[in-house]
Design a protein around this ligand. Structure first.
Ligand SMILES: [Zn+2]
Length: 527
């Protein structure tokens, strides 16, 4: 009898559910772009709680809120797999720069820079509550620093094991994968074998390997080979971060892409990402010889105080400029220097002239060393060319990223990528230059990154997916942030929903902080 009763309930259940279907939000009459690269189509999107429940014709359906989005594009929220938000969470939990650029999910911990104790970090995120979903990688530089400090050393077996344990623990705590930044200390002192050993620790839990390569200019091809080889040896997917190239290898992006394609033919899951600008941004330290940075700041100052060592640094930096075929440091602009904010926005050549020195490479190097002695600074480097940027953007396996933290509005003269990467692709490369289609641009911002980083339930606009949704006018969406005036939010996103909650309502961030913490496959395994 009991069996029959429960059977009856089971049979009736779908009918009951159907009769009661009542949506929280319906987005009506939108041009739906599903994120998979399919052409747009007209339809309504029905949302219940944090999920998309129905896509189709909902003209007779009931909802608490019906929003007419006639003429606007409705797409999955953008996923930015290359960010650095550590330290910004409390300052700006509303993550306005991301939200106004259509980004609803970020992956942080890139370039080998992350929190080491991810359990603690996720707890922190949980208490702050951000407007965007956040996942994190475990970063090589910080793992190495925890075990070996800043020194230029090779780990012994015991130290390597300690580092592997830290990576494994982070994967069990929910890291998405393992990141390296082999131009930064102390990671730059590591040999490939060390990176492979640590990547294997993440591969055990099915993580992704993301690589800020050892070189992005004169030795780019060696660096790509190294990144791919690490993936091959560790048997894991590879994401080459901010794929780009500086002098002397301008116009060689075809060869770079060919290397990625060759690896894929071999069966290696390699993809790349890009921010859509011809300038990069990082610390001034990257211009200095690696050995000078060994041991950290005090050691650097001690070395520079010795005139013989000082001259050796200058000589090496002159050689480096010759290899890069550059005549001046006019491409290197101070972004944010605590010691003298008046320098923000000025390039090294200008600063050198202001110091009353003649415009020569050795003098400009002295200017760099003067700044270094007082404390390093973040920089913008105008180092790429437009043809390569466009060539890489056209490559189907390139996703769009910002490589940014949560911007503090008005502070410094940072790279505009933190405000406008996605809107810039939609405005400049889709609408103005017709370089890629709107549907393909959206795919690069949604399903491609979701698939690569195994973000289950996100990156596509389909029933059953989380309701991370953006609504924008493809004729008006625009990045407003420039190198000269970076502090400006992108415009054109009329609605942004994160896990079913309206976060941008009629072009305005309403303060909603409904982002979730996204954990990687190791966490699932360990449950
Ligand atoms: Zn990087």
């Amino acid at each position: 009898m009991l069996k029959i009763k429960s059977l009856l309930i089971l049979c009736l259940f779908p009918a009951l559910l159907f009769a009661q279907k009542h949506y929280d939000i319906i987005l009506k009459n939108g041009k739906i772009i599903d994120g998979a690269g399919n052409p747009w189509f007209y339809g309504d999107v029905g949302i219940v709680k944090d999920k998309v429940v129905t896509i189709g014709n909902l003209s007779n359906a009931k909802a608490k809120k019906i929003i007419d989005v006639n003429g606007l594009v409705v797409a999955p929220g953008f996923i930015d797999v290359h960010t650095h938000i550590e330290g910004d969470e409390k300052k700006t939990p509303t993550a306005d720069n991301f939200i106004y650029d259509g980004v609803t999910t970020v992956i942080t911990g890139n370039c080998g820079l992350s929190e080491v104790d991810l359990k603690k970090y996720f707890k922190h995120l949980d208490s702050v509550k951000l407007s965007v979903n956040v996942g994190s990688l475990i970063g090589h530089n910080d793992v190495r620093r925890a075990v070996l400090g800043e020194a230029a050393v090779t780990p012994n077996a015991e130290q390597l094991k300690q580092m592997q344990n830290l990576v494994e623990q982070a994967m069990r705590d929910g890291a998405m994968g393992f990141s390296t930044g082999l131009i930064y200390t102390p990671g730059l002192y590591s040999k490939t074998d060390e990176v492979i050993a640590l990547a294997k620790a993440a591969a055990k839990y099915h993580g992704v390997y993301t690589s800020h390569m050892r070189n992005e200019s004169d030795k780019i091809f060696d660096a790509i080979n190294e990144a791919i080889d690490i993936g091959r040896q560790a048997n894991m997917p590879v994401e080459i971060s901010h794929f780009k190239v500086g002098l002397p290898n301008w116009n060689k992006s075809d060869q770079m892409i060919a290397m990625v394609e060759k690896a894929r033919q071999e069966g290696l899951e390699v993809t790349v990402d890009q921010y859509p600008y011809t300038a990069s941004s990082t610390t001034l330290n990257v211009l200095l010889p690696d050995w000078l940075l060994d041991g950290g700041r005090d050691s650097v100052l001690k070395r520079l105080a010795n005139p013989v060592v000082h001259q050796k640094v200058v000589d090496e930096m002159i050689k480096d400029m010759t290899r890069r075929t550059r005549a001046h440091f006019d491409y290197a602009v101070v972004a944010q220097w605590k010691n003298d904010p008046a320098l923000n926005g000025k390039n090294i050549m200008q600063i050198n002239i202001e110091k009353g020195r003649e415009s020569t490479i050795p003098n400009e190097i002295e200017t760099i060393l003067d700044i270094t002695k007082l404390g390093s600074t973040s920089m913008v480097f105008h180092g790429m060319n437009e043809d390569d940027v466009e060539n890489i953007m056209k490559y189907p396996l390139t996703m769009i990223i910002s490589d940014s933290g949560i911007r503090e509005f008005g502070v410094g003269v940072p790279h505009p990528r933190g405000y406008g990467s996605n809107a810039r692709v939609l405005a400049m490369y889709v609408r103005e230059k017709h370089l890629i289609t709107l549907e393909d641009a959206v795919r690069k911002m949604t399903s491609l990154p979701a698939q690569k980083f195994r973000l289950t339930g996100r990156g596509l606009l389909q029933p059953g997916m989380y309701a991370d949704v953006v609504v924008f006018d493809p004729n008006k969406v625009k990045d407003e942030s420039t190198f000269e005036r970076p502090h400006a939010y992108s415009t054109g996103f009329k609605y942004v929903l994160v896990n079913g909650q309206l976060t941008v309502d009629n072009f305005k961030h309403n303060g909603t902080r409904n982002g979730a913490i996204l954990r990687g496959p190791g966490y699932e395994q360990n449950k």
